[in-house]
Write a protein that binds this ligand. Structure first.
Ligand code: SF4
Length: 329
């Protein structure tokens, strides 16, 4: 393991200043991804700034939103009664997202920043990985692709974004509060992640040294009637092959508002805008759901190892829509 200096931050201004001034420095929070990657030789920061003692945890509510401190653990958020009652698909995604042990360590900020699960990215003995070594190629494109993306891919990277909770948060237009050396800013989650394009090593809009301090989740009426379905190779401790998060508002059998996002298929948590357009003001029924699912996957670029995901993702979305709408299959 690459030797590194450990710094325990005493306040967020100090933490941001230290990391901003040192290109080889990183933050350390729950560490459930980062320490694995350091042990595997994928990440090699010279300095780790431990932010776990900063007052960035806790959950507060207003009538219209929940503010979640970035250091709040997944388990703490899942235990919040408002999340369970008013954001059921967020609650479900949290519980399906990791084992109990991991949920007690992993922070919300860290979950949203988790790195690719691509086996080639995580194995430094594999030379070709544009995300780990820009310009080196992509071993996955001619390799094993089962856990890779079909939406938002490029010729340079097909790695999946593996967060579960990011899926309903994307559907809800959650906001990230960010602190940097020049002050604070707010970034919509739908604009936070960057598709790989020809720079797969740049995964989001954070500048070096910027720190996520909180996630703000709107308490939308649609979210009270929502559901998250995750399809995976085994029933626990596994990443999604496909997943869908859906929230609906219906009146007399007609969908008035639809929020739809997909997991397991996108290089970023995938907001299915085209599906929402199909669903809005349409009757809640099988024909509408099939059309929405086809629209959601319309831009898919499957490879031989991921071709199965096109139909599986459509079926996952249809099942989720049926469940939320209370419609018969
Ligand atoms: Fe690297 Fe992306 Fe290719 Fe995986 S899919 S080997 S992360 S470039």
């Amino acid at each position: 393991m690459h030797p590194f200096e450990y710094v325990r931050a005493t306040d967020s201004d100090q933490a941001v200043a230290v990391v901003t001034e040192d290109p080889s420095a990183s933050y350390l929070a729950g560490g459930t991804t980062q320490l694995d990657l350091m042990k595997d030789g994928v990440l090699d920061p010279d300095r780790l700034v431990d932010i776990t003692r900063l007052p960035l945890g806790g959950i507060s509510h207003t009538d219209s939103s929940i503010r979640v401190g970035a250091l709040t653990t997944m388990e703490e958020l899942a235990a919040d009664p408002v999340v369970r009652e008013r954001l059921p698909f967020v609650w479900e995604a949290l519980l399906l997202g990791a084992s109990t042990q991991l949920r007690n360590m992993a922070t919300i900020g860290g979950n949203l920043l988790q790195r690719a699960r691509c086996r080639y990215f995580r194995d430094p003995t594999v030379a070709a990985c544009n995300k780990r070594s820009p310009g080196s190629g992509c071993a996955a494109i001619a390799g094993i692709q089962r856990m890779h993306a079909i939406l938002g891919t490029s010729d340079h990277c097909i790695a999946l974004h593996a967060s579960d909770v990011a899926v309903p948060l994307t559907a809800l237009d959650a906001l990230l509060h960010v602190q940097g050396a020049d002050g604070t800013r707010t970034v919509p989650l739908t604009q936070f992640y960057l598709p790989p394009g020809d720079t797969p090593h740049i995964e989001n809009v954070l500048r070096h040294g910027e720190l996520i301090t909180a996630v703000e989740i709107p308490l939308l009426p649609a979210a009270a009637r929502s559901h998250y379905i995750k399809v995976r190779d085994r029933v626990s401790y596994e990443f999604a092959l496909t997943s869908a998060g859906v929230a609906l508002v219906q009146e007399d059998g007609v969908i008035r508002e639809a929020r739809v996002a997909l997991g397991g298929v996108g290089t970023v948590p995938w907001r299915a805008w085209d599906a929402e357009d199909v669903l809005r003001d349409a009757p809640a029924g099988a024909d509408t759901f099939l059309a929405a699912a086809r629209a959601a996957l319309g831009g898919a670029r499957p490879l031989p190892g991921t071709a199965f995901k096109v139909e599986l993702a459509q079926r996952t979305l249809i099942r989720t829509l049926e469940t939320v709408a209370g419609a018969e299959s």
